[in-house]
Design a binder for this molecule. Structure first.
Ligand SMILES: NC(=O)C1=CN([C@@H]2O[C@H](COP(=O)(O)OP(=O)(O)OC[C@H]3O[C@@H](n4cnc5c(N)ncnc54)[C@H](OP(=O)(O)O)[C@@H]3O)[C@@H](O)[C@H]2O)C=CC1
Ligand SMILES: CC[C@](O)(C(C)=O)C(=O)O
Length: 337
């Protein structure tokens, strides 16, 4: 049974008198920094000069170069992209990390795959919100929280877990519940989820459905509504009440089709492919590929990203969404963060 922690299990007192340096001010960085500050924690931001720096200053934070922020910090939360963390750590974090300080992550990639090896005299803790940063912020402002995971890789001070729970409380995660895990479990399941299901799996499912309908001569706008737009509404029902909740709301015709056709689409071959994806995550094949891809200037990433942007699903959706004022409002708020 998973070990779970809530508001009563976490004490913000462990962060009292400490300075937290949030390094990176993107999706997670802006959300965690702002939530912590509103929870009464002393937060500074570490960055390079650029767009995020300007935004963090506009949002009222004291912003420093990464080395200067680390020098001032008792807790350093690394919220730069995973693929740049190791280099920045070696050059700007490691030389300035105080003995007895804590190094935090929101994803275990660099620790688990040995790209960052911290010194023995610091705590190494994972606090990973289980949701995109813009929701971590929005849900906190609404008085709730996005659930999270906590893991301790290294407990130099004897208080690493308490500190991690205090941090999780500061960003709002204990309002929803925080589950104890390991860096290995978080890294492998997170990579699997985003590749096989949440991002890769769903995107391909949506595209395959859209292509099947449009190639059969149906209008792209109708195919878009069926395969992408309505997906959100169905997922909302699943999110609120599981598959059972979703099936309660849909028609019996849809439910029967769900039972007899879903298994034909996601059959044995897809399950075997999922197992292979998991194996390549576990044995480091994916991590090595991603590290090499970045070293080589991202040729595959950039080529596929361009192809994906040009897909007719995207151009169809872009047109349709122009008249959906409620969506445009949310998107505008998100990209201005
Ligand atoms: N996105 C999400 O919701 C989730 C992310 N995570 C994890 O959180 C971490 C951060 O991811 P995410 O928030 O998506 O990252 P983003 O890409 O949204 O933001 C990255 C930030 O890092 C800054 N940055 C990039 N390079 C450097 C550098 N060399 N020196 C200093 N600052 C730099 C960027 O600033 P600039 O404007 O200058 O480029 C930007 O502010 C990752 O470990 C990720 O796996 C975990 C759960 C969910
Ligand atoms: C699903 C993508 C994610 O893992 C997340 C928002 O949790 C990510 O790393 O962005």
């Amino acid at each position: 049974m998973a070990k779970k922690f809530y508001e009563k299990d976490a004490d913000l007192g462990y962060l009292k008198g400490k300075t937290v340096a949030v390094v990176g001010y993107g999706s997670q960085g802006h959300a965690q920094a702002q939530n912590l500050r509103e929870s009464g924690v002393e937060v500074i931001v570490g960055l390079r000069k650029g767009k995020s720096w300007e935004q963090a200053e506009k949002d009222g934070f004291a912003v420093y170069t990464v080395d200067q922020a680390v020098k001032r910090a008792d807790v350093v939360q690394l919220l730069m992209p995973d693929e740049v963390q190791a280099k920045v750590y070696r050059e700007q974090v490691r030389p300035h990390l105080k003995s007895g300080a804590a190094l935090f992550f929101s994803h275990g990639f660099n620790i688990h795959f040995g790209q960052i090896v911290p010194p023995e005299d610091v705590d190494v803790v994972l606090v990973a919100p289980k949701g995109p940063g813009h929701l971590v912020r929005r849900v906190y402002e609404e008085g709730f929280g996005v659930p999270g995971l906590i893991a301790v890789h290294q407990d130099a001070t004897g208080q690493a877990k308490e500190l991690g729970l205090a941090y999780a409380k500061g960003i709002g995660a204990t309002r929803a519940g925080v589950i104890e895990t390991t860096f290995k479990e978080e890294t492998e399941t997170d990579l699997f989820g985003e590749q096989a299901v949440l991002c890769g799996g769903v995107s391909e499912l949506v595209k395959a459905g859209f292509e099947t309908l449009t190639e059969a001569g149906y209008q792209p706008e109708i195919a878009y509504f069926e395969c992408l737009h309505e997906l959100k509404l169905i997922v909302d029902l699943m999110y609120e009440g599981g598959l059972k909740g979703m099936r309660y709301s849909i028609s019996d015709t849809a439910e029967f089709g769900d039972y007899v056709s879903g298994k034909r689409v996601i059959g044995e071959a897809s399950r075997e492919a999922m197992k292979q994806v998991l194996k390549e995550i576990q044995d480091g094949t994916f991590a090595n590929r991603w590290i090499r891809e970045n070293e080589e200037g991202r040729p595959e990433f950039n080529r596929i990203a361009e192809e994906e942007k040009a897909h007719s699903l995207e151009t169809t959706g872009e047109e349709l969404r122009k008249t959906m004022a409620w969506i445009n409002k949310g998107a505008k708020e998100s990209v201005t963060q």
